[in-house]
Write a protein that binds this ligand. Structure first.
Ligand SMILES: [Zn+2]
Length: 248
């Protein structure tokens, strides 16, 4: 239960938007200093929570509305904002799908860890942008346990797409609607997206975002993820890799 004196502290940092008939509560910005290549960059961090729209909610008393819902989820998505994201004429975004093995442990089976850090560098160098970290996207939406199963199948020679479909999943079950709703809360002007994935560009455009450009993001290729990267291009329709040497 959030008491009135606590509500007074956080009331200006809670916003609410809607997606798919549900409410999305967004909390932030929280100042987040991040060390990037030996320099501390100040990012502004938001997290969000999706809940069925309640009948008792009020237009203004958002913090009080939090008392009517459970807000103790273990894993939620969030967004890391840099610079004047709302107003800068040319801001970058990245929709990054969570990857427990790549982002946290630095696994070389995929390129996620590299893409995460590189996106933060690109956004900080550019001067304004937002990196969405999408928590329900593990293993392209199949979850961590299923991803471990898929990795075992990949060790037997199946590629990323076949491993997922053999386990009964769609090749790519990721949905960006919720993140795009939060994006629209933070910015209305056009964005450029850091991605090689045309599905992400399409998802933004069909949700009414003006995508002014695309920044490719390839790198960290190695003998461990060569097949994974090739499958992205050959079977998942990713834009081609810029010519570069595969490090063996
Ligand atoms: Zn990964």
């Amino acid at each position: 239960m959030i008491k009135p004196n606590i509500a007074a502290i956080i009331k200006d940092k809670i916003k609410r938007t809607q997606h798919g008939g549900d409410d999305i509560y967004v909390v932030g910005p929280v100042k987040l200093p991040v060390e990037l290549d030996g320099e501390t960059k100040i990012f502004h961090w938001y997290s969000w929570l999706r809940r069925e729209a309640g009948e008792e909610r009020s237009a203004e008393r958002l913090v009080e509305d939090l008392n009517r819902i459970s807000y103790a989820d273990l894993q939620q998505s969030s967004v890391l904002v840099y610079g004047d994201f709302e107003n800068n004429a040319d801001a970058l975004i990245r929709m990054h799908s969570i990857c427990h093995t790549g982002d946290i442990f630095g696994s070389a089976r995929c390129d996620c860890g590299f893409q995460l850090k590189q996106s933060m560098r690109i956004i900080a160098e550019h001067g304004s942008g937002a990196l969405f970290y999408l928590a329900n996207h593990e293993g392209r939406g199949i979850g961590l346990f299923s991803k471990a199963l898929a990795y075992l199948l990949q060790e037997e020679g199946l590629d990323t797409v076949d491993a997922n479909t053999e386990l009964g999943f769609a090749d790519d079950g990721r949905d960006y609607g919720e993140a795009i709703a939060v994006l629209k809360l933070l910015r209305r002007l056009p964005v450029s997206i850091i991605t090689n994935n045309p599905r992400k560009v399409d998802a933004l455009r069909s949700a009414g975002m003006n995508v002014a450009g695309r920044v490719p993001l390839w790198g960290n290729a190695s003998v461990y993820n060569e097949k994974y990267l090739q499958t992205k291009m050959n079977r998942s329709g990713h834009f081609g890799m810029e010519p570069q040497k595969i490090v063996k």
